[in-house]
Every structure is written in structure tokens, then in C-alpha cells.
Ligand binder design. Structure first.
Ligand SMILES: [Mg+2]
Length: 202
């Protein structure tokens, strides 16, 4: 029997594995996707600023459009459409629902971009699934920033103490940080779904 009163889920790599841009730009614009992969997602500091809300998606798309010689408005539309086409991992969604039935509070905490709050939350009715959703770009900090202050934000909203909680994340650095803060961490990869299910529901 689980003794956590709240469980936190990461988004990318746990609830979703789809990538930005790919659903609309591949195969026709593979070269733009390659450029984005190298110069945007390959630039950790730029992505960190995007996920802290210091730059918005329109600004990112302006940069890409200029470099790749395409129209910025067109690219932004393709980008938004690709975000709308992202799919969730339904087996993880079912697991979240089962935890709620057991009376466990569930929260979502994600290093993410403006479009997560603007599109993804409504698109997948995430506010119905999770009691609390905390997106880094709405708070100007990543999970690792200020000794994990983003976790303090989500725990305060859930009215929970860290020691009664579990964070499920695909980043070992995040899991380590969460353990340092006094919570439990589960380092997740897709291969471990059955193990996670067993751990949470048996
Ligand atoms: Mg992740």
C-alpha cells in the first residue's frame, strides 16, 4: 500500500514524448527541423530562457524563420499546429486516474514553454486530470533553479509536505534534487512503465 499523499508527474518524457515542429514540418521541411534541432534544442541556455518565459515562442520562431529563409507567421502557425497534434501516453493518463480514485493527490510540474499553458493544458483537459499544474515559464524558473523552488510552489498549492510525496521524472538530476529536498523520486523511462504501475498500484 502506497503511503504517499501526493504524487507529482513530469510532462516531457513521462506523460508525453512527442516533439515540437515534427508533426507539421516532417517530411516536407526536414531541413528546417534539422536546423531547429541543432540551433534551438541543441542550445541548452536558449531553451532554458524559453522555459523560464524570458523569450516567447513567437521570438523563437522569428529567429528560426530568419535563419531558414521562411516567413515567420507561417512558421509560427506550423509550430502551433504541431503543438496541438502532440499526443499523451494514454497508459500514463490511466495510471494518474487510478491514483486519484485511490484518493492520492496528483500534480503536474514541468519545465516547459508558453504554449504548454496556452494550448496543451486545454487541448488535453489537463486541469481535469491534475489538481495542480505548474509550468516553469509561468513562474520564471526551472525545476533546478533556486534549489527547486518550483517544487515548493506546487507543494504549497497541493498543501502537502515534501516528505509525503513522490516525483516521477525522466531526469536523474531532477529526481536527485527532489530527494535532497526530502521527497521520494522515481526515475522514469518508457521501459519502466510496468514497474511504475506495479510500484504505484500494488
Ligand atoms: Mg522530462
Amino acid at each position: 500500500m502506497l503511503n504517499y499523499s501526493a504524487i507529482l508527474f513530469d510532462f516531457d518524457g513521462v506523460l508525453c514524448r512527442d516533439r515540437f515542429y515534427t508533426h507539421t514540418l516532417i517530411p516536407e521541411y526536414q531541413s528546417i527541423v534539422d536546423w531547429i534541432q541543432k540551433h534551438i534544442f541543441g542550445d541548452a541556455e536558449l531553451c532554458a530562457r524559453w522555459m523560464r518565459g524570458e523569450i516567447d515562442s513567437r521570438g523563437i520562431n522569428n529567429t528560426i524563420a530568419t535563419a531558414c529563409g521562411v516567413e515567420s507567421g507561417w512558421l509560427h502557425t506550423q509550430f502551433l499546429e504541431s503543438v496541438r497534434k502532440m499526443k499523451l501516453d494514454e497508459q500514463v493518463v490511466s495510471l494518474v486516474k487510478e491514483l486519484k480514485i485511490k484518493g492520492i493527490k496528483v500534480g503536474l510540474v514541468t519545465n516547459n514553454m508558453d504554449v504548454f499553458s496556452e494550448i496543451t493544458v486545454a487541448n488535453h483537459k489537463l486541469s481535469k486530470l491534475f489538481e495542480v499544474i505548474v509550468n516553469s515559464s509561468d513562474y520564471g524558473m526551472l525545476k533546478k533553479d533556486n534549489y527547486g523552488e518550483l517544487f515548493d510552489v506546487v507543494l504549497a498549492q497541493l498543501n502537502e509536505d515534501v516528505q509525503n510525496t513522490l516525483m516521477i521524472d525522466d531526469s536523474s538530476a531532477v529526481v536527485e534534487l527532489y530527494r535532497k529536498k526530502g521527497g521520494e523520486g522515481f526515475l522514469y523511462t518508457l521501459k519502466q512503465f510496468s514497474q511504475l504501475q506495479k510500484f504505484l498500484l500494488s
